[in-house]
Design a protein around this ligand. Structure first.
Ligand code: HEC
Ligand code: HEC
Length: 179
């Protein structure tokens, strides 16, 4: 009887611990740090994939601070040299979602120059071994074209297991892919 009661208690404790772990994972998945290296939150609005991933990858909201998303979403008519205008309701919906899921980590707290992910100091550091010629190569075109090298970019997966070496790139640039 004593034994049964004590196992009952420890089971309850275990259940609580499991609930806590599940909650932590859920909360983390909504922010910049997501379970299993996925940076994209689970609740991506259909309009985000349709409207914001037609010209480039669907950037995970956690890669920029809320202030950057707010500026980007209020200036879609002049979006990095192009017109990415949307109707007011969609702007409001996406702007709210982006800001709610924006990065809050220290490394993404500061709005980078031009509100570009690619100008963030963590981005520059992570890609410091890549030769500048690589970004300009025809198969890459720009550092903003994450999917040229990160095959899981649209799911917010940027780990080293999902890296590809762009076709046509000279093998001498390969070192950062092998590290
Ligand atoms: C008509 C095409 C087009 C659409 C639609 C579009 N973008 Fe862009 N976006 C661009 C271009 C072009 C750039 C600059 C890319 C470059 O420098 O290589 C850019 C850059 C960005 C950057 C900065 C990337 C960097 O350098 O780190 C962000 C963030 C961004 N877009 C977010 C969005 C969001 C959010 C939406 C949807 C509301 C959106 N874009 C829709 C064309 C578009
Ligand atoms: C020209 C290819 C290329 C492009 C384009 C590129 N990356 Fe990378 N990225 C790499 C390589 C290669 C590494 C590994 C570098 C190393 O280990 O030295 C890397 C590393 C990373 C890492 C660190 C992964 C880890 O596990 O430490 C993140 C995060 C990342 N990239 C995000 C992005 C995002 C976001 C974009 C687009 C805005 C992007 N990258 C564009 C090639 C690229």
């Amino acid at each position: 009887m004593k034994f049964e009661r004590s196992t009952g208690v420890s089971k309850a404790l275990l259940r609580n611990a499991a609930t806590l772990a599940a909650l932590t994972a859920l909360l983390a998945a909504g922010g910049a740090r997501a379970a299993e290296g996925r940076l994209m939150p689970g609740n991506v609005p259909a309009a985000y994939t349709q409207e914001c991933a037609s010209c480039h990858a669907a950037y995970p909201p956690g890669l920029l601070p809320a202030a950057s998303w707010q500026r980007i979403m209020s200036g879609l008519g002049k979006h990095y040299g192009t017109d990415a205008s949307l109707d007011a309701a969609t702007v409001q919906q996406l702007s709210g979602w982006l800001q709610a899921n924006a990065g809050t980590y220290k490394r993404v707290a500061e709005p980078p120059a031009q509100d570009r992910i690619t100008n963030s100091s963590w981005f520059v550091r992570k890609h410091r071994k890549i030769d500048p010629a690589v970004w300009k190569h025809v198969s890459v075109k720009s550092a903003a074209n994450c999917a040229a090298c990160h095959t899981g970019a649209d799911q917010g997966v940027f780990d080293e297991h999902r890296l590809q070496f762009p076709a046509g790139l000279d093998a001498r640039y390969r070192r950062p892919w092998n590290d």
